[in-house]
Ligand binder design. Structure first.
Ligand code: SAH
Length: 519
């Protein structure tokens, strides 16, 4: 007999697309899961929050995703829970709103498996609000109806009672495919809904590719056909739609629909992912280097024991800060070990990593580059002992200048960075399909490794459909040296600076032929 304790299944709503619209409880489930089965509407970027095995259960039309039918999904959930696993069934929007979540819960109940249901933000409210529509605007609607129209078009008789829907005293929201829109609009009007009722279709709501088409009910099918918006989409019918123009906040974002490659190591990309979503863009993870612990801790540990002998401790990356200070902490030490040493950081990200660990930088140069850091340190280091917490590779500017200024410099390798061996297949495909708009380059070594990773077919698109933005003139120069064309250079040497440079370049030279949404 199986004496193992039975696990638990969480039916979790993933929200409609924007990864920020997951609940805190949903997040905790992802963090604790052993296995995740997610459906085709779920934004896969949410899987960053989990170390679990994750499997997609529906086709999306791209790639060879495995398709599981409903019985098989139920069987998998039950079998994994019986093995003692914590299982998350992650579903687009809310699990019980037109999502078959209740059937899955019933199967779990039948099998005696413990489960919980974690509601999510359903597409109707999210799409309406991101399109600037209040479904229950006080002046227009005292009720709202969620209606599914996933009907078989070959059925002679519709399952929907259009007479009732036409008389409904409020807003109608249809979760349905756009091919059914002409029939829906005609049937509603025939049943007595005024042809001029304001209506809208919201496509790919809450994603960077959201588009809204607005027209009187009678004209909506033609307007949607002309705009060519893709699935998934919702149809909203009601007077509340007319206030939309005033409240259309989301689709005004400066980088709406742009796909932007982030070349940072994946575990450090969270701030850039968030920033790009705020700007309306879709982040595409494209790490070219990996950050690894040092090959040996011996020399670092020995240095940590004598840190207070140094007059200055210099950090040139957030990784260097994390590696040295976290090791200090893990070995039972704390910041008192630094004695009266002063500290320097090359830029804001490095300084932030220090502050997070309650260490104030004494010196941060105005310009975030090695030359500026060396120059700022020069007046302070003659005859002084300086420790530089560095990576295994990098430029020689800083050590050369500090030694020239009379510093007694110790270089301590506190982490390794190495090139990845290949870019994800999906990323290469999107470059050759012209679906990536920009790639940010945040250091000379990243520029060089990207160059080495791009096959010829992908390189042909650089500078035209895929543009490069460099974090600084030094990085731009390194990119150009290896033959990579650079279209924008940041004036503030941070990732935010890269995004600002992209926005400025898009204003003066938008990509020809690219539609917002990149479709
Ligand atoms: N459980 C989901 C709905 C599943 S039914 C929820 O609560 O949102 C699938 C339908 O939802 C799609 O055909 C489409 O009509 C709608 N939908 C889901 N996500 C959407 C999105 N991001 N934008 C527009 N419509 C969406």
């Amino acid at each position: 007999m199986n004496t193992q304790q039975v696990g638990k299944v969480y039916l979790v709503g993933a929200g409609p697309g924007d990864p920020g619209l997951l609940t805190l409880k949903g997040l905790r489930c992802l963090q604790e899961a052993d296995l995740i089965l997610y459906d085709g509407l779920v934004n896969p970027i949410l899987l960053r929050h989990t170390g679990a095995n994750a499997e997609r259960t529906a086709r999306t039309g791209r790639g060879a995703h495995r398709h599981l039918d409903q019985d098989e999904i139920n069987r998998r959930l039950i079998a994994a829970a019986k093995e003692g696993k914590t299982v998350v069934r992650l579903k687009g929007g809310d699990p019980f709103i037109f999502g078959r979540g209740s059937e899955e819960a019933a199967a779990l109940a039948d099998a005696g498996i413990p489960y919980e249901i974690v509601p999510g933000i359903t597409a109707a409210t999210a799409a309406a609000e991101y399109a600037g529509i209040s479904l229950t605007h006080r002046a227009h609607a005292s009720a709202v109806a969620f209606i599914t129209g996933h009907e078989d078009p070959s059925k002679p008789k519709s399952a929907l009672d259009y007479e009732v829907l036409a008389k409904f005293p409020g807003t109608l929201v249809f979760y349905m495919g756009l091919h059914q829109l002409p029939r829906l609009a005609a049937a509603l009007i025939e049943a007595g809904k005024p042809a001029e009722t304001p209506a809208a279709v919201v496509s790919r709501a809450t994603t960077p590719h959201q588009r809204t088409v607005e027209a009187p009910l009678e004209d909506l099918p033609a307007a949607v056909r002309q705009a060519g918006v893709p699935a998934p989409s919702l149809i909203i019918v009601g007077d509340c739609v007319e206030h939309r123009q005033q409240l259309a906040w989301y689709e005004n974002r400066p980088l709406l629909g742009r796909r932007i490659g982030i070349t940072r190591p994946e575990h450090q990309a969270a701030p850039q992912i968030q920033r790009l979503y705020e700007l309306g863009a879709e982040p595409v993870l494209l790490p070219t280097i990996r950050i690894l612990p040092p090959e040996s801790w011996d020399k670092i540990d020995a240095t940590l024991d004598v840190l207070d002998r140094y007059d200055w401790i210099v950090f040139t990356s957030a990784n260097g800060v994390a590696s040295l200070l976290d090791r200090l902490w893990e070995r039972g030490g704390d910041l008192r070990k630094l004695g009266s040493a002063r500290t320097a950081a090359i830029g804001s990200a490095t300084a932030d990593a220090m502050r997070e660990r309650h260490l104030q930088p004494d010196l941060v140069p105005d310009e975030f580059r090695a030359e500026a850091l060396a120059e700022a340190l020069t007046p302070h280091v003659a005859g002084k002992r300086v420790l530089w917490a560095r990576a295994n590779r990098g430029r020689d500017v800083l050590p050369n200048q500090l030694r020239a200024a009379g510093a007694e410099l110790d270089e301590l390798v506190v982490y390794h960075n190495e090139d990845v061996t290949g870019l994800p297949e999906a990323v290469l495909e999107s470059i050759t399909a012209g679906q990536l708009d920009w790639i940010g380059l945040s250091s000379p070594s990243i520029a060089r490794s990207l160059n080495a990773l791009l096959p010829q077919a992908a390189r042909a698109h650089l500078g035209t459909s895929v543009r490069l933005a460099a974090i600084s003139p030094v990085t731009a120069e390194a990119a150009r040296e290896v033959g990579l064309p650079v279209s924008a250079v940041a004036t503030e040497f941070t990732w935010d600076g890269i995004f600002d440079a992209i926005i400025a370049e898009e204003r003066t030279a938008p990509l020809t032929g690219a539609e917002p949404g990149g479709c």
